[in-house]
Design a protein. Structure first.
Length: 108
């Protein structure tokens, strides 16, 4: 994958960290195409928690979808990443850069 495949700019840190780890906040921050998956997963873990009396899967679900919500705050970059991943899964060639170059650009 390439780090420079999408050039929409960076996401302000405040918008990324301001998503509360609540179902309502996470759902509101997701891209429209991700809402159905979140609702399905959340309902499933809530049903499981009602049976097992264990909230761990609920918290794991919220952590997972909170991360997706934060990563997708730049909708264009997120969709470009998903497109690149889909192309790679199909075996297509995609422009890329060595990881060491990307890390160097990021100051590592």
């Amino acid at each position: 994958m390439t780090a420079d495949a999408h050039e929409s700019g960076t996401v302000p840190t405040s918008s990324v960290s301001d998503i509360a780890r609540t179902p309502r906040s996470i759902r509101a921050a997701l891209l429209p195409e991700d809402v159905e998956g979140f609702e399905r997963d959340y309902r499933a873990v809530m049903a499981e928690a009602a049976q097992t009396l264990d909230l761990s899967p609920v918290f794991e679900c919220l952590d997972h979808w909170s991360l997706i919500a934060r990563l997708s705050q730049d909708a264009g970059a997120h969709r470009a990443m998903l497109d690149t991943a889909a192309r790679l899964k199909r075996g297509e060639e995609v422009p890329s850069r060595p990881a060491r170059d990307v890390l160097a650009d990021l100051g590592f």
